[in-house]
Design a protein around this ligand. Sequence first.
Ligand code: SAH
Length: 362
Amino acid sequence: MSTPKIVLTELTRVQLAESLAELGIDSRAIKAVWNGVYVRGLTDFSQMDTLARKTQAKLAEHFTLARPTISRELISTDGTRKWLLEWTDGQRVESVFIPETDRGALCISSQIGCTLSCSFCHTGTMRLARNLTAAEIVAQVLNARDRLQEWGRKRTECLCTNLVLMGMGEPLFNYDHVARALRIIMDGDGIGISRRRIMLSTAGVVPMIERVGRELGVNLAISLHAVRDDLRNELVPLNKKYPISELLRACREYPAASNARRITFEYVMLKDLNDSDADARELVRLLQGIHAKVNLIPWNPWPGAAYQTSTPERIQAFARNIGEGGFSSAVRATRGEDIMAACGQLKSEAENLPPSLLQLQR
Ligand code: SAH
């Protein structure tokens, strides 16, 4: 039986070098391969024309560059795109591209499903199917470059400039694969999205936070959502394990934060639950001593959920309180709602919803 092929995009550049050496492939091939895969978007070694035929054939014998199937692409009226990617085992995951005029953020998933069971999140109603591999995380970026036709373009001409790990799953429950994928994505000779343009969002896996700052140095976002442990236990059950005070201590010590690179505190606005002026003032008190900014997220509805979104006036008043307390805040614009691509709406079964239900989400 022939040995299964190595998934090339599973390897960092250092690992690829080792792998080529083991297989007796000329180490000079690395540059051409890395450039071919991550700058030109090639999926076939025979297109890597600076390589000798013999080397191309040997690479093809040992490695695969296969991409996931795109089982669905939805484009919102606001330009947001949602892709449903399918892996060889039939599991599917979503990623979302949110364009701005001269840049854009790709929101990628780290797991298929999620174990956190946050009560207000649609993905939380899915069970965890499995972790994504590094290659599957990288593939979400390659797919965006494919669909946006960005291969070979200058970086300044690409719309997919930023990356947020805010899709399905908890990235810090899949740290090894996420870290490897980010190393590949950040490599300056390849995709080259810098750590300053990457944001990793976590519900608060406290013991992992320091490592993220030290090893990856990306921007951190924390899904806080409540200022009291009793309410946060309900909304984000992980809080029972890592309560607010411990979470904030880890943020205070986050190695990659500074005045210029603040930690984003995400706060979902839930009517009459966490949106009072007193809550806002308590949030300001909690954030003292942290390089912090606040991102208020109007709660996005999904079928069967028992919450309501705060009114725009309440959100403005909450934001005002935060500003008066000395922190900047932004209200996250809801994007891609008509295709169920907004925060907390990702769930791969969503593709099975009848169009009438999708319409309800407007
Ligand atoms: N597990 C990570 C990554 C998910 S990020 C984390 O918890 O941070 C997705 C963000 O959207 C989180 O802040 C999440 O709490 C928020 N979110 C989930 N459901 C939402 C909804 N229905 N409306 C608005 N935001 C939601």
